[in-house]
Every structure is written in structure tokens, then in C-alpha cells.
Design a protein around this ligand. Structure first.
Ligand SMILES: [Zn+2]
Length: 255
């Protein structure tokens, strides 16, 4: 590639980082259209920079690039959501296993510090920091485990989770909390490999449940397409009311 202007690359990074940040903090909903010209104006950068940022976002599957050059924020399907959780179970089990086996005092100290910071954020009501830390927890473990490939994969998966929450649960949903994270960390600090894996799997299962992903996908695509909510509800009932027994979100910190 011929050398690109530094300002163009800086602009691309700025747009990319801003969009990732907006996704992580639930400010960009799945399906939102990203217009090149509008973004260029908003960020005061050239359209090349915007195009570069959108291409990178496309590579990390955060944005869906369409043939007519339009781009929309990705909208993960329930099937993809389940696939993501399946991948997380495998990857995060491997991460905690490797951490438990090879827990240096330095890593232990960083784990404890992280856990305290996360709990403090929830306790003080600083939910913005608390949520950021809760999201960060999973990539932090990957980073600590020191496997760069696993870390990259986790980073991509983590970025996709907020989209999944927005697409499947709605804004304001809680999806991680300090308590379950602390249970994982405590097992790691004891170097109890099996307990650490089990606590992580329990946490992921809880998350998946909170996302409502344990419900089977309804086949009625026509009803969905035409937004016949009542039809959907009737069908859900006929498939067993226990499927919808998730309690409404209380807005309380997850446990
Ligand atoms: Zn978590």
C-alpha cells in the first residue's frame, strides 16, 4: 500500500475508537446506519479515513458492510449469540485453566486489585466505571494468561457482546456483576483449576440465561417479519410458559 498520510490514519483511528467506544457503552444500537459523509463531517476527517475505519470495523464484525457501500452496526441473531457463548465457554475455560496453573504472585496481585476496584465501583454507585470494568474483566483474564491469540479472539468476542445485549435484551440490561467475577478470582487465587473453570462456566451460563438465549428460536419468521407480536406471544405460550420465566430486570447489580 502506498504510504498514507499520517493525518488520514490518525483520523481513521479516531473514528474507529469512537465507534467501538459507543458500541461498548450502548450508545449505538444494532442496525444503525453509518453514513460516510455524515461521519466525515462530525469528526472533521476525510472520507478516506471514515472508509478505513468502517473497513476495520467490518473485519471485527462490529459493522456489516453492504455492497452499495453502506454500513450498519451489526445485529447479531439469536443463533449467532448462542455460537458466541459456546465459543466463550471453550476459550474462557482454557484461559482460567492456564491462569490457575501458572499464577505468579504478580498476576495474583493484579487479579486481587482488579476485583477490589470492580467491587468498589459497584459499591459506590459509579455504574459507568463498574460496567466498564465488568466488560473488561474477561479480556483482562485473557491478557493476564499471556496468550496473544486467545487474547485477540476474546477481544473480538467481547466487543460483540454489547451488540448482542442491545439486540436481544434491550438497553440498560445488566450482564455482568462483581460477585460472579470475584468467585472466579478467588478460585484462581487458590490455584484451584477445576473450581475456577466451574465458576467461569456458571457465570457464562448465568449471562446466557439473562440474555434470554436459553429460549429456543421461534420458527415463525413471517410473524417476526410483519411484527405480529401477539402471534409470537401465543406461540411462545404454546411452547411452554417456563421458557419465559425470566424475571424482569430489577436494575440491580448482577450477582
Ligand atoms: Zn462477566
Amino acid at each position: 500500500m502506498p504510504h498514507r498520510l499520517e493525518t488520514e490514519i490518525a483520523g481513521e483511528t479516531r473514528v474507529y475508537d469512537a465507534i467501538v467506544d459507543a458500541i461498548l457503552s450502548h450508545r449505538l444500537a444494532p442496525g444503525t446506519q453509518l453514513k460516510e459523509r455524515e461521519l466525515a463531517q462530525l469528526f472533521g476527517v476525510g472520507r478516506e479515513s471514515v472508509r478505513g475505519a468502517l473497513t476495520r470495523l467490518g473485519h471485527s464484525l462490529l459493522v456489516e458492510l453492504r455492497p452499495n457501500r453502506s454500513a450498519v452496526i451489526a445485529d447479531p441473531s439469536p443463533a449467532e449469540a448462542r455460537d458466541l457463548f459456546e465459543a466463550r465457554r471453550v476459550i474462557e475455560s482454557a484461559i482460567v485453566r492456564s491462569l490457575a496453573r501458572d499464577l505468579t504472585p504478580e498476576r495474583g496481585a493484579r487479579l486481587s486489585a482488579f476485583s477490589e476496584e470492580e467491587q468498589r465501583a459497584y459499591a459506590s454507585g459509579d455504574l459507568k466505571t463498574a460496567h466498564r470494568l465488568s466488560i473488561q474483566f474477561h479480556s483482562f483474564l485473557a491478557e493476564l494468561a499471556g496468550n496473544s491469540v486467545l487474547e485477540n479472539v476474546m477481544q473480538q468476542i467481547i466487543c460483540r457482546m454489547p451488540l448482542l445485549v442491545l439486540a436481544r435484551v434491550g438497553p440498560g440490561a445488566e450482564y455482568c456483576g462483581a460477585h460472579e467475577h470475584r468467585a472466579v478470582i478467588e478460585a484462581l487465587l487458590r490455584r484451584d483449576e477445576e473450581a475456577a473453570v466451574n465458576k467461569m462456566l456458571e457465570h457464562l451460563q448465568g449471562l446466557e440465561k439473562r440474555f434470554g438465549l436459553n429460549k429456543p428460536e421461534l420458527p415463525g419468521t413471517l410473524a417476526e417479519t410483519f411484527n405480529f407480536a401477539k402471534l409470537d406471544a401465543a406461540k411462545t405460550l404454546s411452547q411452554g410458559s417456563s421458557l419465559n420465566s425470566d424475571k424482569p430486570k430489577s436494575g440491580k447489580e448482577g450477582n
